[in-house]
Design a protein around this ligand. Structure first.
Ligand code: GTP
Ligand code: MG
Length: 464
């Protein structure tokens, strides 16, 4: 005997039934498509906490022959108390036959004890053809909730409410693609009202879901800071650089840089995927511009300003941190070690130009001799790099946090999020800058790492 509630999500074809199932059970593997008649058989999806099922939703095919079905049910004159048996007789009679294949599929879970969630589209006008479906559902005698899905807007919501109230004890508006986490919880509370034996169990489950959400956000902050650490400390050693004659290094550098970029992107994607798995996304395609550290300018200028801080801002931040000289030296070293053996006039021009200081040029010979002995590329010491990485991570995370599991599109990073690091208060930027440096020096066990995790957690909490 199961001790969790089960609800069958039913309705007309193509009204977002599967979308409701995907959103509420946080399962991106429910089949959803604009093609009517996508769901052909009933399929159970469970929401689990700690491997324990909280509730189950049954995704069902839409009604195809509601009129004929009701006509069959009404052939015999039965009193209201006998109607559920009549529905059972319908299932028994047509089971295994082609004639009412969809109706049999969708009515079976209901007659096995599932509550009913009836989904309609609130952007289309109400019409009496739905009365047949609602009447059949009434015949089952099961507890019934109607969900108005405002697929293309809420123009007809009020009209629908009037009609639905006559057939359903509870009527709610729920948009499976855009509902917030709180709206999910509210709806679950309504499920609890539908099944009065389970109200307390649902209230408990809702508390647990909220607690889990917090734990997951903390875990997300850990993943983001860990990924940040790996990226800002990443070094690529190259035997090729060791063995190759100095004169020939210039020829292999583009290839080395491109490998370096490959690895950076790979590491970043790994962090994103850990986060996606944490929030139960299994097949997310993220549309996010690639990280690119260039040989000539360290990084494409447009990407820099998109993800991190503007040039001017960074110089201000460095000065504010009281670390201007140290940072510039670091940036210089980073630039040189990245370009080991292949420093051209362009690089120096780009770097010192970017930092706005010509005196860097004078230091060049010293870095060269120092770094060319290390045969290493990276880590990218440029202080803006950490801002870029964290800005990207937060953008990815928040886009995912507000996403619905019913969403079929690529994960799109909201343009306004791109400037997340630029729009922080100068004080915060300065503090972060210090923490990035400490993180890269002292690692993930450091106080700075803790503080960064707390800050990232706060940012994520504000998103949801
Ligand atoms: N814009 C928008 N589109 C939605 C919403 N809900 C569902 N859709 C889209 O409507 C189409 C049908 O959604 P499904 O969830 O597959 O509908 P269904 O009722 O399960 O359809 P069948 O299985 O074919 O009966 C899909 O393209 C969804 O992305 C919504 O709230 N807003
Ligand atoms: Mg479907």
């Amino acid at each position: 005997m199961r001790d969790h509630p089960v609800f069958a999500v039913v309705g007309h074809p193509n009204k977002g039934k599967s979308s409701v199932v995907a959103a509420l059970t946080q399962n991106d593997q429910v089949k959803i498509s604009p093609v009517s008649g996508t769901t052909r058989v009933s399929q159970h999806f469970a929401l689990k906490l700690d491997n324990k099922i909280v509730f189950e939703l049954v995704d069902t095919p839409g009604f195809q022959r509601a009129n004929k079905c009701l006509a069959w049910l009404s052939q015999e004159n039965v009193t209201a108390d006998q109607r559920p048996q009549r529905v059972d007789a319908f299932i028994a009679h047509f089971s295994g036959r082609k004639e009412f294949i969809d109706e049999v599929e969708l009515l079976t879970p209901i007659m096995q004890g599932a509550g009913i969630i009836y989904v309609i589209d609130g952007s289309l006008p109400y019409s009496p053809e739905y009365e047949t479906e609602m009447e059949i559902l009434r015949w089952t005698g099961s507890a019934r909730l109607a969900l108005i899905n405002p697929i293309g807007g809420d123009t007809y919501v009020a009209q629908w409410q009037q009609a639905l109230n006559q057939y359903f004890s509870l009527v709610r508006v729920f948009d499976p693609l855009h509902a917030s986490f709180d709206q999910h919880l509210q709806l679950l509370r309504t499920f609890g009202q539908l099944d009065t034996h389970k109200t307390a169990a649902f209230d408990f489950a809702i508390e647990e879901l909220e607690r889990y959400r917090q734990l997951k956000l903390q875990q997300a902050a850990r993943i983001i800071v860990e990924s940040l650490y790996r990226l800002i400390t990443f070094q690529q050693s190259s035997s090729r650089l060791e063995t190759m004659a100095k004169e020939k290094l210039a020829a292999v550098m583009p290839d080395e840089i491109s490998q370096f970029n490959e690895k950076l992107n790979h590491m970043e994607r790994e962090g994103q995927q850990q986060l996606e798995a944490l929030f139960l996304y299994h097949q997310l395609e993220a549309d996010i511009v690639r990280l690119q550290v260039h040989q000539s300018e360290l990084m494409d200028a447009s990407h820099w300003s998109l993800w991190g801080l503007e040039k001017g801002q960074l110089i201000m931040v460095s000065a504010g941190a009281g670390a201007a000289i140290g940072l510039l030296a670091d940036a210089g070293l980073g630039g040189a070690s990245l370009m080991t053996g292949a420093v051209s006039g362009g690089v120096v021009g780009g770097l010192s130009g970017w930092l706005g200081l010509d005196w860097l040029k004078d230091k060049l010979p010293a870095w060269l001799s120092y770094n060319s002995e290390k045969h290493l590329l990276g880590p990218v010491r440029d202080p803006n790099f950490a801002f870029v990485i964290l800005g990207r991570a937060l953008s990815h995370a928040s886009a995912m946090l507000i996403r619905s599991h019913a969403d079929q599109n690529k994960l799109v990073i909201d343009q306004s999020k791109l400037n997340v690091m630029q729009s922080l208060a100068l004080k915060t930027q300065v503090r972060l800058l210090k923490q990035f440096r400490q993180l890269s020096d002292s690692g993930l066990q450091s106080k700075a790492a803790d503080k960064l995790r707390t800050w990232v957690f706060q940012q994520l909490t504000e998103e949801v």
